[in-house]
Design a binder for this molecule. Structure first.
Ligand code: FAD
Length: 290
């Protein structure tokens, strides 16, 4: 199933993102998470990719296994950083052979501690180059890409970032998924600006339920997402009460999702970090309301 056909504001789909575990224990945990989340009938799930190829086989294997064994539509992320054109062609052929219909096309971030060789081996500098390549090679994938309501961390201006996104979409994307955000105003403003410059594909909001104080500080530092002042103060007050902090994170994300749905988003993508409880609570609450 092509994800582009599943994104519909009159029947929005929930999707869940996972990363490929490094250990057997991590894999067992992820399989349990999948089992816990399957009853929520996700429109699709996605599996991240370590730029430079650090998860090359694990991403392909996991996405193949999920689709084959659970029947849930599974999308592979693919990052061009650290890969030659030939390596990417080979990976795309493997995905095609595994009957994967959807790819999230990314540049990727250089993994911490990666050597300079990672970049030396790179044929494509931007995700747009990989989108163009996939379209030119006539692969029949539905293609998604990443976008940034608050602007990408490396960009000089949000307007410039938006024009780069426009070029990426024009190269052949069917939909985009946003970086996590905690204030819906960023999303609504971004969608408005995107439509104004002629970006007409579905823009799926990406939501990460906050479940750990330190972790969310680290993530937001890396990706540049803003935690609104009031939420930041509440999180600070609860940083030594893990259960209360999870409840706050779930409540905040649920309210965010309710507003997004009421304003007609085509779907909501959850960054699960391979854990089920928070996402399950949020989606169950959203389903109960409809
Ligand atoms: P690009 O679209 O190439 O943009 C990167 C930067 O380059 C931006 O600042 C953009 O404005 C600029 N730019 C684009 N085109 C040009 C141009 N022609 N000239 C000059 N500047 C330009 N990372 C992973 O490693 N693995 C994953 O699985 C993964 N999954 C993700 C899923 C989602 C939904 C999101 C939002 C992000 C994900 N990321 C992942 C993170 C992503 O790889 C990083 O944010 C990365 O820094 C940028 O990737 P991109 O595909 O957006 O890059």
């Amino acid at each position: 199933m092509k994800i582009r056909n599943r994104l519909n504001p009159s029947n929005p789909c929930f999707s869940f993102e996972f990363f490929p575990p490094k250990t057997d224990a991590g894999t067992a945990n992820l399989l349990q998470t999948l089992e816990d989340l399957a009853p929520l009938e996700p429109g699709f799930v996605s599996v991240t990719y370590g730029a430079g190829g650090s998860t090359r086989d694990r991403t392909v294997d996991l996405v193949t296994r999920i689709k084959r064994d659970t029947g849930i539509e599974a999308m592979a992320h693919l990052a061009c950083l650290g890969h030659t054109r030939e390596e990417l062609r080979e990976l795309l052929r493997r995905l095609e052979a595994a009957k994967i219909d959807n790819v999230l096309v990314l540049r990727g971030d250089v993994p911490q501690g990666a050597s300079a060789d990672t970049l030396a081996n790179t044929d494509f500098r931007h995700a747009t180059d990989l989108v163009r390549f996939i379209r030119e090679e006539d692969f029949d994938f539905s293609l998604g890409g990443a976008c940034y309501p608050e602007g990408h961390v490396e960009t000089r201006s949000r307007d410039e970032d938006l024009l780069h996104l426009k070029a990426k979409v024009d190269a052949g994307l069917d939909f985009v998924i946003t970086q996590l955000f905690f204030d819906n105003a960023f999303y609504f403003d971004f969608v408005e600006r995107a439509r104004r410059v002629g970006i007409n594909v579905p823009i799926v909001p990406g939501i990460m339920p906050i479940t750990n104080h330190e972790q969310i500080q680290r993530f937001t530092r890396l990706c540049g997402a803003t935690i609104p002042m009031r939420l930041a103060l509440q999180l600070e007050q609860l940083k030594d009460q893990p259960e209360a902090l999870v409840q706050l994170g779930v409540a905040h994300a649920t309210v965010q999702c309710m507003e997004l749905l009421s304003r007609g988003v085509p779907g909501i993508h959850f960054y699960t970090l391979n854990k089920s409880p928070a996402t399950r609570m949020i989606v169950s609450a959203l389903r109960a309301r409809t």
